[in-house]
Design a binder for this molecule. Structure first.
Ligand SMILES: CC(=O)SCCNC(=O)CCNC(=O)[C@H](O)C(C)(C)COP(=O)(O)OP(=O)(O)OC[C@H]1O[C@@H](n2cnc3c(N)ncnc32)[C@H](O)[C@@H]1OP(=O)(O)O
Ligand SMILES: CC(C)C(=O)C(=O)O
Length: 553
């Protein structure tokens, strides 16, 4: 890298717009969406899509509810020509969907393009030519007038060619390519000349598309350019103002959003931002950003994994695991404090309320994503995450101090292995630690009686085995726990005292079970937990106590 990059690169200068209005606006309705996956996305693939793949992709884009779809560049390749014909001849285009085809401002290519869509109901014919200074001097070796003439002449060729196919309802779209790098007054001059030639009306609008062919400045500079054009181009009421951001600086989504605030009616882009170089603007992120503001985007991403897999298969490019809304890891928290907040958010949440779960800007369920993946446990995790998974997977609602005790056990394993622990593994470890603690006393059975002859009110008989020897201890107390403590104390000389006790049901109804968590101390030892589960709550409590005594020793 250069020590002085200013010797090689100059800062981008956008439109002069001192009284810009867009910063005070919000987006309250979705723009018109146009998917260019089959054109701009396709032209950037290592292996462009086959006709069959394009057809599969097209049908799914339709199912997502796109009403405008750029299907290709039919004059460029036989594949695109054949695909266009198949869509039309086999009737794959729904009544309310308009296909779009791209072409350069070249007569023979325009004629071939018109031929490719003969018989279609409605078509957007999209012509482009570059207008930026470097293209004028490097690619065309011409001046502003020369470039403007290409645009106007191309428009006339489109008018002539489309007039020969009157069965099609034609919509004209013009793009001054590299609008982002073209002097703004010159962009207006070219666009005005094109619309003066085509003569759109408020009833028969044309589309003026202003591409950030290469993203050149911060997104606010694009918004300024769009607002400038929105205010000053001629025949604005007869024009659908469209934007086509690319992502060279990684800010295409922001640029598109600010451009809509600045007056754009329509956005062109690709699913997950496929496209030339760093890609086109990502329509999934744009649409779901709107959704999280309470505005329905009009597109259906209610099975986001299906959309992701489709795009990965058709493009042969993976979607990044941290891609907004769709990546494999984007609804997953590994770190302790995040898990803790998410767990509390879910616990407080009631159906029908406004979504407010910390760290999750959208409910994964709305995209058919599972809550399972929300919390994953590794050495960065804390008690919140561990207990969340136990609750989700096994229905266990651990009291706070047990959460602390058990997460210490999990943490130790994670530190040793350095690996993630799955929910099933955590449940396993919990079961081994708390339900499998049989060293010491083995619980066999217990019997509870509350006859009037029992002085303390209740009697519990506990049958145990220790080192192969079976015996029974009996205790009385004001309640079953009390009585069980008295009974067990008879075989634990150091003395057992209950510090805390919690219970809850794990399943409702006839097959319901109770889980008891007993925190106890043996002698002067530190408090430990025992956990028991059984249909009968007293049995669950006695089991918890026996388990706790075993763990304490
Ligand atoms: C920003 C974008 O994404 S724009 C879309 C880009 N997509 C594609 O290019 C994919 C499809 N294109 C192709 O397959 C080819 O370019 C074709 C088949 C259309 C044309 O191929 P060729 O005739 O061999 O032309 P090639 O692309 O090599 O050269 C471009 C020529 O067209 C001219 N040209 C390029 N774009 C345009 C345009 N929009 N309008 C008019 N002329 C143009 C160039 O100046 C050059 O002219 P020259 O031959 O006099 O130097
Ligand atoms: C053809 C135009 C709209 C284009 O793809 C671009 O400029 O990026």
């Amino acid at each position: 890298m250069l020590a002085q990059p200013a010797q090689k690169y100059r800062p981008f200068k956008g439109a002069q717009l001192a009284d810009r209005q867009w910063p005070n606006r919000t987006i309250e309705k979705p723009p018109i969406w146009m998917s260019t996956d089959l054109r701009d996305g396709n032209q950037a693939l290592i292996d462009p899509m086959s006709v069959e793949t394009k057809l599969t992709f097209f049908k799914e884009i339709v199912a997502m509810n796109f009403k405008e779809i750029e299907i290709g560049f039919p004059s460029a390749s036989d594949t695109d020509f054949q695909f266009t014909r198949r869509l039309i001849d086999e009737g794959h285009i729904p009544e309310d969907v308009t296909i779009e085809v791209l072409v350069q401002a070249r007569k023979e290519l325009i004629e071939r393009t018109v031929e490719s869509v003969r018989g279609a109901k409605r078509v957007i014919i999209h012509m482009y030519n570059p207008t930026a200074p470097s293209f004028r001097s490097i690619v065309y070796k011409t001046d502003k007038a020369g470039v403007k003439n290409i645009a106007v002449q191309g428009t006339k060729w489109v008018m002539e060619a489309t007039a020969k196919a009157p069965e099609v309802e034609w919509v004209y779209q013009y793009s001054p390519e590299v609008f982002s790098g073209t002097e703004i007054e010159f962009s207006k001059e070219v666009v005005d000349a094109v619309s003066a030639t085509w003569q759109p009306t408020p009833e028969n609008k044309m589309i003026i598309n202003l591409p950030a062919t290469v993203e050149m400045g911060t997104p606010n500079t694009y918004a300024d350019q769009i607002e400038w054009m929105h205010r000053y181009i001629e025949r604005r009421d007869s024009i659908v103002l469209s934007v086509h951001p690319h992502n060279d600086r990684g800010t295409a989504v922001a640029a598109a959003e600010l451009a809509v605030m600045a007056g754009a009616d329509r956005v062109e882009g690709c699913l997950f931002g496929n496209g030339e170089r760093t890609g086109n603007v990502d329509l999934v992120t744009l649409a779901l950003n709107l959704y999280t503001q309470g505005v329905h985007p009009g597109l259906d991403f209610s099975d986001i994994d299906k959309v992701r897999k489709l795009v990965e298969t058709c493009n042969q490019i993976p979607v990044h695991p941290r891609h907004p809304y769709a990546g494999e890891l984007v609804f997953t928290a590994f770190s302790g404090s995040h898990q803790d907040a998410i767990k509390k958010g879910f616990a407080q949440r009631k159906d029908g309320e406004i979504w407010e779960v910390p760290y999750l800007p959208i409910d994964p369920k709305d995209l058919n994503r599972d809550y399972d993946a929300v919390v994953r446990v590794n050495s960065q995790s804390g008690k919140g995450g561990v207990s969340f998974l136990l609750q989700q997977k096994a229905g266990l609602e651990l009291p706070r101090r047990l959460q602390i005790e058990f997460s210490g056990i999990v943490q130790k394993i994670n530190d040793e292995t350095g690996k993630e622990m799955t929910a099933a593994q955590i449940v396993d470890v919990f079961q081994q630690e708390y339900f499998g603690a049989t060293q010491g006393f083995e619980y066999v059975a217990c019997h509870v009686s509350d006859s009037k002859t029992i002085a303390e009110g209740m009697q519990v008989e506990v049958e145990l085995v220790k080192q192969g020897e079976a015996f029974t201890v009996v205790g009385e107390g004001s309640g079953p726990i009390d009585a069980a403590v008295t009974a067990i104390n008879k075989v634990v000389p150091a003395g057992v005292s209950v510090v805390d006790y919690h219970e809850h049901a794990v399943r409702e109804g006839a097959d319901g079970e109770a889980v008891c968590y007993v925190e106890l101390k043996v002698g002067n030892g530190r408090p430990v937990f025992g956990v028991g589960r059984h249909k009968n709550i007293v049995v669950a409590a006695v089991r918890a106590m026996v388990g706790g005594v075993n763990r304490a020793s």
